[in-house]
Design a protein around this ligand. Structure first.
Ligand code: SF4
Length: 433
């Protein structure tokens, strides 16, 4: 069978930096995966993906190192446990993220994420978009994640058991970061699907590929875009939400019921994933959550089992003893596997952690291997972006230069030092204390 890889982006497949290999992304609603599914991913990884699994900052899973021949059997095995690749890459509505899985409202937010995911995944009306279209749901605005979505939904209150949402729009990072703006306040949950459909359709009809929605909104202005959206027929139709018994899968979290496996650089072995799947099956209602910080969170069904579960987590390598297990440090695949990558992000994040003093360890960190900023460095207290390659004097070798970002009062962290060599970057981080 001849496979045109370019046409398989909608199936979540990207060519890898190493030309003979490919990446398969698995799209999870709110980052949630069952223990049976996680076990299957671990088995697939062991057989086809060098035994490694990468967790993304959007709560998805990536398997690297797949050959062309591996793609069909891997897709079939993922599908056999109900895992979805459709729309994980390419011009589609991507995996719906939820950054508030430990919030008391998590089950409702997760149920909404699942509904949006189900509505748009594989829907041909929304598979020919100019570029990716990202939807995120949050319980509040503290993380700033609602600002980096094409559509960011934030709970704005509840009336008679029904949630209302503030809707932010046209955000994004990358080379031209743009915080989303408040498009509409207090939208009834029943109207969210028609509203998101309307925004996605206007995006498709008015934006040249490969631009994001933020480009179109910049062209016409926020108010004009708002008027355009509000003028569309049916934009605020209310679609009834039928009751379902399976919409809320995650046990309601209490602080002492939360378990977090902090995964260094978002990369874990198939054996570790299988162990976590076993803990989730035995103690956490059979559900794992891939968080936006590339960790795995699980909620104990009974907080009384916390001591035992923590011991099992420790035995699995998550005893939270070293900075690698304690410091939040989002890391994209960089030039280890990504075709766009300029720098070895995992290697450098390890070096930076070794150089950090207590003050730097107390910050949240992120490193992106190119200006696409998939690790979301602008949402961290401190971040690093490999910005360009520079030819060294008297040598053919081109080495990366890095920008160091720090958060201030604005919505996004900004570059405070630019064009650093690797050594200068390490030194700058050391000086943060
Ligand atoms: S930031 Fe760049 S290097 Fe990192 S995953 Fe995204 S595209 Fe690849």
């Amino acid at each position: 069978m001849t496979i045109d890889i370019q046409k398989l982006r909608l199936e979540g497949i990207y060519p890898q930096r190493q030309k003979e290999f490919h990446m398969q992304r698995v799209k999870l609603a709110a980052g949630i995966i069952s223990s049976d599914q996680a076990l299957k991913v671990a088995q697939i990884s062991e057989r086809y993906a060098r035994g490694l699994v990468h967790l993304t900052t959007r709560g998805s899973i990536e398997l690297h190192w797949l050959t062309l021949e591996d793609l069909a059997p891997v897709a079939a095995q993922l599908a056999s446990v109900g895992l979805v690749n459709r729309g994980a890459c390419g011009g589609a509505v991507r995996g719906v993220v939820c950054g508030s899985l430990s919030n008391v409202a998590a089950p409702e937010l997760e149920a909404l994420a699942r509904r949006i995911h189900r509505h748009f995944t594989g829907n041909p009306r929304f598979e020919n978009l100019p570029k990716k279209f990202k939807v995120g749901i949050e319980a509040d605005t503290a993380s700033g994640r609602h600002l980096i979505q094409d559509v960011g939904l934030v709970i704005a209150g509840s009336e008679e058991g029904k949630n209302r949402f503030d809707v932010y729009c046209a955000g994004g990072l990358g080379r031209e970061p743009q915080p989303g703006f408040l498009l509409a306040e207090g939208v009834a949950e029943e109207s969210l699907l028609p509203l998101i459909e309307t925004i996605a359709r206007l995006y498709r009809e008015n934006t040249p590929p490969p631009k994001r929605l933020k480009y179109f909104v910049r062209q016409i202005g926020e108010q004009a875009f708002r008027e355009m959206v509000f003028a569309q027929p049916g934009v605020f139709d209310e679609l009834p939400i039928a009751p379902t018994l399976s919409a809320r899968l995650v046990p309601v979290p209490q602080e002492e019921a939360r378990l977090v496996a902090r995964v260094f650089a978002g990369e874990l072995s198939c054996h570790t994933l299988a162990t976590l799947a076993g803990i989730a099956r035995d103690y956490c209602g059979g559900q794992l959550m891939v968080t936006g910080d590339q960790n795995i969170e699980m909620h104990l069904v009974s907080a009384e089992q916390r001591t035992l579960a923590l011991q099992l987590l420790g035995e699995a390598g998550f005893a939270a003893e070293s900075p690698r297990e304690r410091v939040t440090f989002r890391v994209c695949p960089g030039n280890h596997e990504c075709i766009m990558g300029l720098a070895p992000t995992r290697e450098i994040s390890g070096e930076l952690l070794d150089a950090m003093g207590p003050a730097a360890q107390g910050m949240t960190w992120a490193i992106s291997g190119c200006p696409n900023c998939c690790a979301q460095p602008q949402l961290s207290k401190a971040g690093v972006v490999a910005n360009r390659l520079v030819k060294e004097e008297g040598s053919e070798e081109r080495t990366p230069r890095y920008d160091l970002y720090q958060a201030d009062s604005g919505p996004f962290a900004e570059a405070v030092k630019q064009g650093l060599t690797r050594e200068e970057l390490v030194e700058a981080v050391r000086q943060l204390g």
